[in-house]
Design a protein around this ligand. Structure first.
Ligand code: KIV
Length: 264
């Protein structure tokens, strides 16, 4: 998949699948899967580093994750997420970060919000770098939004998100993440835009869907938002295997003298 395939897939009515990855190991699994593209999300701050929000994500943190993922999945289209405030420090600082993220192995970058970010998005796009937008619930603004809440619930808020989608398209974004908005709004945006939308908590009518790797595989048990479907009880399965190892060590069943030992 390359950046042009996003548009082609929308035009052909083919759904786009995107999953997050932060490390070499999960990237290797994704590389062998049918998932279309990988987002190295700033959700790494929460999922991997245990923070309560994505605010503590740093450029250095994201670079390390992008490098690991690009080694594990060199053939996949990788989108690197610009962390909190990294695109709000002026053009030079923003472009330094974009430069580092692209050199680390991203083929595109994603940043949250529209409005005041439009000029910077236009500059990044004109520099030959594909940009994915992200509107609706923008987790980096969690403190301004008063929590992780569904956005666009009233007419005025919905209208604002609709306009933001158009300004991101006009600025040159190749796709837009729509996070936690009512599905009729996501449907209208998707139908009216020419570029594709990738939804998370935005219903079935977006051009594609994105989920966090650990969420979709049930590898974390702390959060179960309404929009999440888990495809594996990963946490429980891993815990059971660890307990089995523990039991076999204690009952001297492992290691087996014939299978797991060197004779000398
Ligand atoms: O960081 C992330 O994982 C994201 C997705 C939820 C879209 O931005």
């Amino acid at each position: 998949m390359n950046v042009l395939d996003f548009q082609r897939m929308k035009e052909n009515n083919e759904k786009i699948s995107m999953v997050t990855s932060y490390d070499y190991w999960s990237a290797q699994i994704l590389a062998r899967s049918n998932i279309d593209c990988i987002l190295v999300g700033d959700s790494a701050a929460m999922v991997i580093h245990g923070h309560k929000t994505t605010v503590p994500a740093t450029v250095d943190m994201m670079i390390q994750h992008i490098e690991a993922v690009s080694k594990g999945a060199p053939s996949k289209f990788i989108i690197g997420d610009m962390p909190f405030c990294s695109y709000r420090k002026g053009l030079d600082a923003t472009m330094d970060t974009v430069d580092k993220m692209m050199k680390a192995g991203s083929q595109a970058i994603k940043l949250e919000g529209a409005d005041d970010n439009i000029t910077i998005i236009e500059h990044i796009v004109k520099s030959g770098i594909p940009v994915m937008g992200h509107i609706g619930l923008t987790p980096q603004s969690v403190f301004a939004l008063g929590g992780f809440k569904v956005q666009g619930k009233n007419e005025e808020a919905a209208q604002k998100i609709y306009q933001q989608a158009f300004s991101l398209q006009a600025a040159g974004c190749f796709a837009i993440v729509l996070e936690c908005i009512p599905y009729p709004l996501a449907q209208k945006i998707t139908e009216d835009l020419t570029i594709p939308t990738i939804g998370i908590g935005a219903g079935p009518y977006t051009s594609g869907q994105v989920l966090v790797f650990q969420d979709l595989l049930g590898l974390q048990t702390e959060m179960k938002p309404k929009f999440l479907k888990t495809y594996l009880s990963g946490f429980e399965l891993i815990k059971e295997s660890l307990n089995q190892f523990d039991q076999e060590v204690k009952t001297k069943k492992f290691p087996n003298i014939h299978e797991h030992c060197f004779q000398g």
